[in-house]
Design a protein around this ligand. Structure first.
Ligand SMILES: NC(=O)c1ccc[n+]([C@@H]2O[C@H](COP(=O)([O-])OP(=O)(O)OC[C@H]3O[C@@H](n4cnc5c(N)ncnc54)[C@H](OP(=O)(O)O)[C@@H]3O)[C@@H](O)[C@H]2O)c1
Length: 277
């Protein structure tokens, strides 16, 4: 069966697909079934959910009923903000695992940095990793200072930091730091929830390559070596977003897209969330 994209090696030796599928906001079982069947058939193998999305059970059911062997799938979930802390993380992780119908998760992420539970949550993550309940542990929305703080006490550093990245939020300094620290970069909202799709520069590049603007934006992630997880509930778009391995952006195209940064966030600023959790 065909699969899309490259594999990325994490610092613990585990490999994960670079090109995945996000399921945020898919909360209708029929919609989930249609989307996941289409995604599996198109070659997506990395699926990104979270306790916050309230769809782990729905995703678990569809994947469980699919004909794909478990080892071909890479499943990520995230501990919700209200579930942080040592005991709550361990307890709710078990619930997530049961909902997903799994005995081991591929990647568990802290959803947002929390000032109050900062080290306790991570201690629980290290325990789950040590006990091989998860093949990898990581964080989301961590800034450089959060990772420097984590370093002061962590036994195992995150394998992945999942952050908002798209042509309007290129995160150059954070990406450089993560590269230096050997933490894989994963982009959420890789097309800025559609906000970059009418950009004139991207429209122009898309015309030159006879591709759509979504395909150009996603190809930009491929060529940056970033893991990325576009979401769509629409079968045609699920296929469109995967059809990006038959063209290449030139160095000039890449530089033009890099130049679109305007520090525009579709989601909250992690530094504003941090003191509130
Ligand atoms: N860690 C975090 O804090 C965090 C935060 C946000 C998201 N995430 C993860 O990242 C994933 C992706 O981010 P996202 O869902 O926020 O944004 P996104 O993937 O950038 O954009 C999704 C939106 O774009 C539309 N779309 C998808 N492909 C398209 C195409 N080819 N042409 C036109 N429109 C298209 C989708 O519409 P339809 O569905 O209607 O087709 C949907 O409205 C999420 O699903 C989630 O797994 C993580």
């Amino acid at each position: 069966m065909k699969t899309i994209g490259n594999q990325i090696s994490l610092h613990n030796g585990v490999t994960m697909p670079q090109h995945g599928f996000g399921v945020y906001k898919i909360t209708d079982p029929a919609e989930m079934e249609t989307a996941i069947h289409k995604a599996l058939g198109t070659g997506y193998r990395l699926f990104d959910t979270a306790q916050m999305y309230e769809n782990e059970a729905m995703l678990g059911e569809v994947l469980h009923n699919s004909s794909l062997p478990r080892k071909e799938l890479f499943i990520t979930s995230k501990i919700n903000n209200g579930n942080q802390g040592y005991d709550q993380t361990l307890f709710t992780f078990e619930e997530s695992l049961a909902d997903l119908q799994l005995s081991q998760l591929d990647l568990l992420l802290v959803h947002w940095p929390s000032e109050k539970h900062f080290f306790d949550t991570w201690r629980a993550f290290e325990r789950l990793y040590e006990e091989k309940m998860v093949r990898g542990i990581g964080v989301c929305n961590y800034q450089i200072h959060h990772l420097e703080q984590l370093k002061t006490k962590a036994n195992v550093m995150p394998m992945v930091n999942q952050i908002e990245i798209h042509p309007y939020l290129t995160q150059v300094s954070l990406r450089e730091y993560l590269h230096k620290e050997n933490i894989a970069v994963e982009a959420w909202s890789p097309i800025a929830r559609g906000n970059v799709l009418n950009d004139e520069v991207i429209v122009d590049i898309a015309k030159q390559h006879q591709k759509t603007t979504a395909q150009v934006a996603l190809r930009w992630h491929v060529q940056h070596g970033t893991i990325f997880i576009p979401k769509s509930k629409t079968p045609e778009r699920i296929a469109e977003n995967a059809d990006i391995y038959n063209f290449e952006l030139t160095t000039e195209d890449m530089a033009k897209i890099d130049g679109l940064n305007k520090d525009y966030r579709t989601g909250p600023d992690p530094d504003k969330v941090y003191p509130t959790i």
